[in-house]
Design a protein around this ligand. Structure first.
Ligand SMILES: [Fe+2]
Ligand SMILES: [Fe+2]
Length: 320
C-alpha cells in the first residue's frame, strides 16, 4: 500500500471529532454518545488501515522473499554449473594427458617391435649367408649364379607389378633354392655323366631337404616354397610333387625361369655357356610347358629393355 491511498482516510478522521455547532447547547449524554461513536469509527478505520498495511507489507515481504529465493537459487545453479565446468575442464585435461601417455607408450612399443623385427631380419639374413656359404662350398654353383638368379627374380617380380616388400622377399628367398643339396652326395652332384634313375631320385630329394632345412620361421616361408617347388613344371611333369600351373607358388615359378636361364647361359663342368639369345629362345620354347607363360613374357620384356644384359654385367663387375 502506498502513502497516497492512506492520506484521504487520515484527513477524514481529523474532521470528525468536533463538537456539535449548536449555540447554547450543553454537553450532554447525546454528545458523548456521538463522540464515542465517532471515536469507535475512527478506531475501526485506523484498525482496517493498519490491517491493510500489514497485509500489504506481508505481501511485499513475501514477494521480496520469493525474489531473493530465486536469486539464491540462480546463484546456487550458477555456482554448480561453474563447478561442473571446472570438473569437465579437469576431466578433459586428464583425458588429453592419458591420451598423450598412451600414444607415447604405443610409439615406444612400435619402436621396440621395429627393433625386434630388424634384429630378426638381420638374424635371418645372417642365416642365409651361412647356408649359402655351405652350399657354394659343397656344390659347384657359384655365388655369382645365386646373385644373378636373385637379380633376375627381383626384376621379374617388379615387372609383374608386385609390391616392393614382396620383390625383396622373393629376391632373398631365391638364393636358397638349392640349399638342400648340402645333403646330396658329392659323386652325384658333381657327376659329369648322365644320371641313373636311382641317382636322379637322390637329386630330387634336395627339394624336400631344402624345405625341411629352412625350418618353421615366417621369415623363410617363401624360401621354403621355392626350395620345394623350383623344379616343378607348369604342365605338372616336374618334381618332387608333380604340381601344375598356379598350384606352384608364384615365387617358385619365377625362380624356375631365372634359375634355368642362368644355368643355360653359364659354363658348367659338362657344358659351355649358351648365348643370351639361345638361352632366351630355350626358355620361351618352354612357356606353357615347363614355365608359367606370364613369367616368361615378363622375362622377355626384361631382355628387350636391356635389363638382363645389364644385370649380367653388374654381377660380373661385382665378382671381379
Ligand atoms: Fe635345384
Ligand atoms: Fe640354381
Amino acid at each position: 500500500m502506498n502513502s497516497d491511498s492512506a492520506k484521504p482516510m487520515v484527513e477524514s478522521v481529523e474532521v470528525s471529532p468536533s463538537l456539535p455547532d449548536v449555540p447554547g447547547a450543553q454537553v450532554g449524554p447525546d454528545v458523548f454518545r456521538q463522540l464515542l461513536r465517532q471515536a469507535v469509527r475512527v478506531a475501526d478505520l485506523a484498525n482496517a488501515q493498519a490491517t491493510r498495511m500489514a497485509l500489504d507489507f506481508a505481501e511485499v515481504y513475501r514477494r521480496e522473499q520469493r525474489a531473493r529465493d530465486e536469486v539464491d537459487a540462480n546463484l546456487r545453479q550458477m555456482s554448480l554449473m561453474e563447478k561442473q565446468a571446472t570438473r569437465y575442464a579437469e576431466d578433459l585435461a586428464q583425458m588429453l594427458h592419458n591420451e598423450r601417455e598412451r600414444r607415447h607408450e604405443l610409439e615406444r612399443a612400435l619402436e621396440q617391435e621395429r627393433v625386434a623385427n630388424e634384429e630378426l631380419r638381420r638374424t635371418g639374413l645372417q642365416g642365409i649367408s651361412h647356408l649359402l656359404l655351405a652350399a657354394t662350398i659343397k656344390d659347384q654353383t657359384t655365388g655369382s649364379h645365386l646373385l644373378r638368379v636373385r637379380r633376375y627374380v627381383e626384376a621379374i617380380a617388379e615387372r609383374l607389378g608386385m609390391p616392393g616388400e614382396l620383390v625383396e622377399e622373393f629376391g632373398y628367398s631365391s638364393v636358397m633354392h638349392d640349399v638342400g643339396k648340402i645333403h646330396t652326395p658329392d659323386h652325384i652332384l658333381q657327376s659329369e655323366h648322365h644320371l641313373s634313375t636311382e641317382e636322379f631320385e637322390v637329386i630330387k630329394q634336395h627339394c624336400i631337404d631344402g624345405e625341411t632345412m629352412l625350418g618353421e620361421a615366417r621369415f623363410f616361408e617363401t624360401a621354403r616354397a621355392i626350395a620345394r617347388e623350383h623344379h616343378e613344371r607348369w604342365d605338372g611333369k616336374g618334381y618332387p610333387d608333380g604340381k601344375a600351373g598356379k598350384d606352384i607358388s608364384l615365387a617358385a615359378r619365377i625362380v624356375s625361369v631365372a634359375d634355368v636361364f642362368d644355368a643355360l647361359t653359364s659354363k658348367r663342368p659338362y657344358k659351355d655357356a649358351w648365348s643370351i639369345a639361345t638361352g632366351l629362345a630355350s626358355v620361351e620354347s618352354g612357356a606353357g610347358k615347363q614355365f608359367d607363360p606370364d613369367v616368361v613374357a615378363a622375362f622377355r620384356a626384361l631382355h628387350d629393355d636391356g635389363s638382363i644384359e645389364r644385370i649380367r654385367a653388374e654381377v660380373a663387375a661385382a665378382s671381379d
